[in-house]
Design a protein around this ligand. Structure first.
Ligand code: HEC
Length: 163
């Protein structure tokens, strides 16, 4: 029986394979408004993410939703909003690390306290605590030189979510 020489076949296959890989079409990207160079594109994306005010607009909304969720005793929704406030703040600190120090009280006291109250489904404690929670927002505002931005417990409901 004729002996098949495998080595040349394997080498040939490997050669063909690497050639095919090199010739595979490169994924191209045609920037529209992001910029031309890689640096320009990255800068535009960073600008579009915006700074801490974007975070705060989100936190302001979620803070109000959290309040009405507590009034409704819709504890699942309350925890959902509390958690998303935490997430939004954490993402904000990635963009603006200098803001993090002033938020210590809010992150390590106000948010965990609120989490426990929600877990206990305790409306009285929620209402009592909400003023302190709000004060914690304002403490950070004072520390960050935006004391003129005074957060107040909501009086009017704009939420589309009702229990
Ligand atoms: C890091 C500490 C910090 C904490 C904690 C904090 N804020 Fe702020 N907040 C800021 C800063 C700083 C600004 C101004 C943002 C800027 O100038 O880019 C701001 C601005 C705002 C604004 C105005 C946003 C706008 O541009 O229209 C709202 C609303 C707001 N905060 C709500 C809240 C609420 C509600 C809480 C608590 C649940 C809270 N903030 C907690 C630092 C904080």
């Amino acid at each position: 029986m004729r002996k098949i020489h495998l080595l040349p076949l394997v080498l040939l296959f490997l050669f063909a394979f690497t050639q095919a890989c090199q010739q595979a079409p490169q994924e191209t990207y045609e920037p529209e408004w992001l910029g031309e160079t890689k640096q320009e594109i990255i800068n535009t994306i960073e600008d579009q993410f915006q700074g801490f005010s974007r975070t705060m607009v989100e936190v302001g909304y979620r803070y109000q939703e959290l309040y009405w969720a507590g009034i409704d005793e819709n504890w699942e929704y309350a925890e959902y909003q509390r958690e998303h406030i935490e997430e939004a703040m954490e993402q904000g600190f990635i963009r603006r690390p200098a803001r993090e120090a002033s938020s210590q009280q809010f992150i390590s006291v106000a948010l965990p306290e609120m989490e426990e109250i929600i877990r206990n489904r305790d409306k009285d404690a929620f209402l009592q605590n909400f003023t302190r929670f709000t004060a914690s927002c304002n403490t950070c505002h004072a520390m960050e030189d935006v004391a003129f931005m005074i957060v107040k417990v909501p009086e009017k409901r704009y939420s589309v979510i009702h229990y």
